[in-house]
Design a protein around this ligand. Structure first.
Ligand code: COI
Length: 370
């Protein structure tokens, strides 16, 4: 693999049967979230040689399609897997940009260290995204709140059943045109409190973005959906029911005095790129932001007293989504008729504005891809 001005050189094998312009247009008219995938995928493989030296190699763009792996590949048995999520946005002049990719590259490596996977140099991460979006740039939607969702992931591919870090690994990126994560129009969502299941514990993988965390959340997510809720809230039950995060998003509170609060990073919470961007955008808008412990009691009592005026969820997929209700068998906090809060929507508009080029990028968060 040779180095170029943009980092790493990828070989390109174009798809022989890409979607036609008509098929693509039909998909882009109503993409939903995670339903459709573009024509290509980016791949970089890793292996350790006989002398124990590991290296990344065979960077390539190839047609999107099934991955052939040995049934004993470690990812199938021990879940040695990590992933990321970021988006490519189409600006009014047709150019395509992504948002803070270096933060995703850094977090991927933090997750890699925790899961005993090899770190991927940031230039490989950026080149993979750049190459994939260059190949599939016609798939980047331009509708309000729409983007091309990029899903980088790293899997242990070595065929071996012993429990140790795999010596063969694959890093890949797939892309999926995306609208509202929750489907339909943006409106406040209801959240279910998980009482029986934790997402993460001290010393666990809570602050790594690994598939296992999401697998562990699914039973709670099913419970949420069975109770008419869109997402589940995880609490730290050993710590006064401190609010942690939702199944796949961080949580923010807007206080009566106009400040914001969000759970502090304790090691069991994922440091969302949207979370860190909301903190900065809110500060830019003159608001104070506290990263601190927030308990279920504070949520209930604060909403009842008016101390908490708005609550919202944030993540790359969800962007910023208002929370209307938090409930379980014993709690009902908020209101089914809640409207999206003004502060929530102003922060959402500012953040989306930066991402889509409608607002100035004063922090240098955007990287042009195509
Ligand atoms: C994201 O917001 O990118 C996420 O990873 C959340 C979820 C879709 C897994």
């Amino acid at each position: 693999m040779t180095q170029t001005a943009h980092g790493v050189e990828f070989t390109r094998q174009p798809s022989e049967n890409p979607k036609s312009a008509e098929e693509r247009a039909a998909i882009l008219a109503n993409p939903g979230f995670g339903n459709y995938f573009t024509d290509h995928t980016a791949v970089v493989d890793y292996s350790v040689d006989a002398d124990g030296n590991g290296g990344w190699h065979d960077a390539r763009i190839e047609p999107y399609g099934p991955i052939v792996l040995d049934p004993s590949a470690a990812v199938f048995h021990y879940g040695q897997e990590i992933f990321e999520g970021l988006k490519a946005y189409r600006h009014a002049d047709g150019s395509v940009w992504t948002f803070r990719p270096e933060a995703n590259a850094a977090r991927l490596n933090k997750s890699a260290r925790r899961l005993a996977l090899p770190e991927l140099p940031a230039e490989y991460f950026l080149a993979a995204i750049r190459e994939l979006v260059a190949a599939d740039k016609d798939w980047v939607p331009s509708g309000d709140g729409e983007a091309l969702y990029l899903r980088p992931f790293m899997i242990a591919t070595e065929a071996f059943l012993g429990v140790r870090a795999a010596r063969e690994v694959s890093f890949r990126v797939i892309a999926s045109p995306a609208g509202n994560y929750f489907g339909g129009e943006l409106k406040p969502v209801s959240i279910w409190i998980s009482r029986h299941y934790a997402r993460a514990g001290r010393g666990g993988t809570g602050d790594a973005k690994c598939g296992g965390n999401y697998a562990a959340s699914l039973i709670a997510q099913q419970e949420a959906e069975a109770n008419g809720c869109k997402q589940v809230l995880f609490l730290d039950q050993a710590n006064d029911n401190a609010v942690e995060e939702l199944g796949g998003m961080n949580v923010f509170f807007v206080m009566k005095d106009g400040s914001l609060a969000t759970p502090a990073l304790t090691g069991t919470i994922l440091e969302g790129v949207t979370r860190m961007s909301v903190i900065q955008v809110a500060k830019d808008m003159g608001r104070e932001v506290a990263e601190r412990k927030i308990t279920l009691d504070e949520w209930r009592d604060g909403v009842a007293s008016g101390e908490i005026t708005e609550v919202f969820a944030c993540g790359t997929a969800a962007v910023i989504t208002p929370i209307g209700v938090l409930k379980d068998d014993t709690e009902f906090i908020g209101s089914e008729d809640a409207k999206a809060g003004e502060v929530t929507m102003a922060i959402r508009e500012r953040l989306l504005g930066i991402q889509t080029g409608a607002e100035p990028d004063t922090h240098g968060w955007l990287t042009r891809l195509a």
